[in-house]
Design a protein around this ligand. Sequence first.
Ligand code: FAD
Length: 302
Amino acid sequence: PFDILVIGGGPAGASAAIYAARKGIRTGIVAERFGGQVRETLGIENLISVAYTEGPEFAEILEQHVKNYEVDIMDSQRAVRLERKELLEVELENGAVLKSKAVILSTGARWRYVGVPGEAEFKNKGVAYCPHCDGPLYKGKQVAVIGGGNSGIEAAIDLAGIAGHVTVLEFMPELKADSILQKRLYRLPNVTVIKNVQTKEITGTDKVNGISYMDRETGEVHHQELQGVFVQIGLTANTDWLGETVARSPMGEIIVDHRNATNVPGVFAAGDCTDSAYKQIVIAMGSGASAALSAFDYLIRN
Ligand code: FAD
């Protein structure tokens, strides 16, 4: 069996695997797709100490770094079940069952897509999901935020300080965000909120040049010219496969304590799949290290 088995090969999982392997214990990592979300990222400018890198390049370096250690990498493998028996057991989609004394869950998250024409086509070419990451690229430009929940309104407030103008498009007749955020938003001079509208299409040629939305009351379709669209309709943790085995929040995020331990002895979690307040690469890496050190501590005590 493994001493520590990491599930997920993004920044959190890679960090956890390196920290575990450096303790000289038997370490394995299972990843559906090594690198994780960063594979879909173009420029990364907030990975502290690396002024600029790009997603695919960063994913390669991440994998190389893990390969410097004795880590059993099982790439293109999907975990489908976790169970606590005498040891912890993780079943893979191909039927194999891996056993380990401790498990670190780092299966990340995915952004919910609006699913309109142009969204996939212009991803990273004007369609963005992370205001902390891509906001600065839209300095002085016209942008829209799709989604009027807390994340959408936070994004709009954040972007209003960078972009020339921000239009918020909300599907429902009212914004769902906390009233304190709404008050803050309505005080900003360069923000327009349009409610009760459905996004129909993100238009462009080689990059985004506008957005079409339908007034849900009249059925009228409007087109607005702009250069960026931030989709903010939710981040979903990749944790469905865990079912009831590990405590999760109503949002599906794995609940961890300040040592990255879950409610199940020997099971730790890190990165975007947890209820951590912020979802960023440096934070995922930090929590991966924390989870591995906690798992090691668990091993030497049990
Ligand atoms: P992930 O990166 O999501 O990795 C999850 C891993 O788990 C993957 O290997 C996946 O294949 C695997 N996995 C999932 N389910 C299973 C399963 N059942 N079995 C096995 N493996 C599984 N952050 C920044 O700091 N700066 C940026 O500039 C930035 N830009 C971004 C741009 C985009 C378009 C996106 C989508 C995100 C961006 N982020 C950025 C956020 C950053 O990518 C995440 O915070 C970070 O990747 C989280 O790392 P993670 O390891 O927790 O999860």
